[in-house]
Design a protein around this ligand. Structure first.
Ligand code: FAD
Ligand code: DHB
Length: 390
């Protein structure tokens, strides 16, 4: 098979790029290791920045998001018995975020690909990238016992943190930056009314907690847990009890509990791979960088990569202009590092670190006191949370 752009990974990054390019007449093939059902079972992001929502609309996939997603103009930070609101709208010149689940937007992207007869190949096993420094790169894979090959102009590595694309860049070229946190987030999805109309980020000595939502009948809650914990250590009752202990009393008293319909533990990690281009391979999204989820930046950073790649590929195919492709890595990384800084700061300020001493704890408290005493500091938080310009 031959295509212009071969995209590895049928997660939100890969599907979004495929859809955007298709609308401009550029053909793509998406290779996904898992089934569609498997991809749609993964419960992940819930907060989309303004720029991401715009990209969904440009991809002609924004209709359900605009109908069912919730616009949030602020969120609450609870600590030390206080509940303080970050007014995103006020401090980001009228901007906001959209609460709409990654599962739903991925479903919308798949449906759009179906409507346009886009090619998404599932159960692609043993994907391998070849001749990345030549003018004729190609990708091989297997479907069952059948070996297949795709020739293309460009390969996009949108196959997440554990994908094959980044590993295809020689170790002598790739520079990796990493920080592993000594805890994870245990997440629970439940068919219950959310405890608060706005997200609540709670700092507590027993550990961080987050009250989020997917809709007015679907809640998403997280608590910080040690890395050694397993799902089996957290039956529903124990989870709800622990969550309540970490929330301010009035919020805990309002919490409606119910059976979990999904429960998973995600380790917290910061990671960046440089460069994001190697010959005809371009990395995008979690394949190149991940952040701890505290600042809700992961998927949103993936979206900015896709935005840059989309425009770079468009300029190449429409005007024979390679500037965007040549500057992609540098441009994407500049924004990626800002998301890294913001996510690290939010994580450091709000979590309980096992090794921290009294000095570290005082600094955390001071960070929060300073934040709510300074309009400029709230402005800095707000502009990062709603998303820096692409
Ligand atoms: P992925 O979603 O990982 O997709 C990659 C795809 O590639 C997968 O479908 C995978 O099956 C496929 N693949 C992997 N290897 C191969 C292979 N060898 N061959 C073919 N296919 C392959 N981000 C936010 O912006 N806001 C939030 O509120 C937020 N909350 C989060 C909460 C949690 C608990 C977690 C874990 C993450 C959260 N994130 C959030 C981060 C966000 O979910 C990720 O950044 C996002 O999924 C990245 O999308 P992606 O398409 O780049 O990668
Ligand atoms: C969600 C995840 C986040 O990381 C975050 O900061 C806010 C919300 C969520 O899954 O709803």
């Amino acid at each position: 098979m031959k295509t212009s752009v071969c995209i590895i990974g049928g997660g939100p990054s890969g599907l979004m790029l495929s859809q955007l390019l298709h609308l401009k007449g550029i053909d793509t093939v998406v290779l996904e290791r898992q089934s569609r059902e498997y991809v749609l079972r993964r419960i992940r992001a819930g907060v989309l920045e303004h720029g991401f929502a715009e990209l969904m609309r440009e991809a002609q996939c924004g209709e359900r998001m605009d109908r069912e997603g919730e616009i949030h103009d602020g969120f609450i930070i609870a600590h030390n018995g206080k509940q303080r609101r970050v007014d995103l709208h006020k401090y980001s010149h009228g901007s906001s975020v959209v609460v709409y689940g990654q599962t739903e937007l991925t479903r919308d992207l798949y449906e759009a690909r179906d409507r346009m007869n886009g090619i998404v190949i599932h159960h692609a096993e043993d994907v391998q990238l070849h001749d990345l420094l030549s003018a004729n790169p190609h990708v091989t894979y297997r479907i069952g016992d059948e070996a297949r090959r795709i020739d293309c102009d460009y390969i996009i590595g949108a196959d997440g943190f554990h994908g094959v694309s980044r590993k295809s860049i020689p170790q002598t070229v790739l520079k990796e930056y990493e920080k592993v946190y000594p805890f994870g987030w245990l997440g629970v999805l439940s068919r219950t009314k959310p405890v608060s109309p706005e997200l609540v980020y709670a700092k507590h000595e027993r550990g961080f907690a987050l009250c989020s939502l997917r809709s007015q009948v679907l809640s998403r809650y997280y608590i910080q847990v040690p890395l050694s914990d397993n799902i089996e250590d957290w039956p529903d009752d124990k989870f709800w009890d622990e969550l309540k202990r970490r929330l301010p009393e009035d919020i805990a008293a309002r919490l409606i509990t119910g059976p979990s319909i999904e429960k998973s533990i995600a380790p917290l990690r910061s990671y960046v791979a440089e460069p994001m281009r190697y010959g005809s391979l371009f990395l995008a999204g979690d394949a190149a960088h991940i952040v701890p989820p505290t600042g809700a930046r992961g998927l949103n950073s993936a979206a900015s990569d896709i935005y840059y790649l989309y425009h770079a590929l468009l300029a190449h195919y429409q005007n024979n202009d390679n500037t965007g492709l040549d500057t992609y890595s540098e441009k994407a990384l500049a924004r990626v590092w800002k998301a890294q800084r913001f996510s690290w700061w939010m994580t450091t300020m709000l979590h309980t670190f096992p090794e921290s001493n009294f000095y570290d704890q005082k600094l955390q408290q001071t960070d929060l006191e300073y934040l709510f005493s300074s309009e400029m500091a709230q402005g800095a938080l707000a502009e990062n949370y709603v998303g820096l310009p692409f």
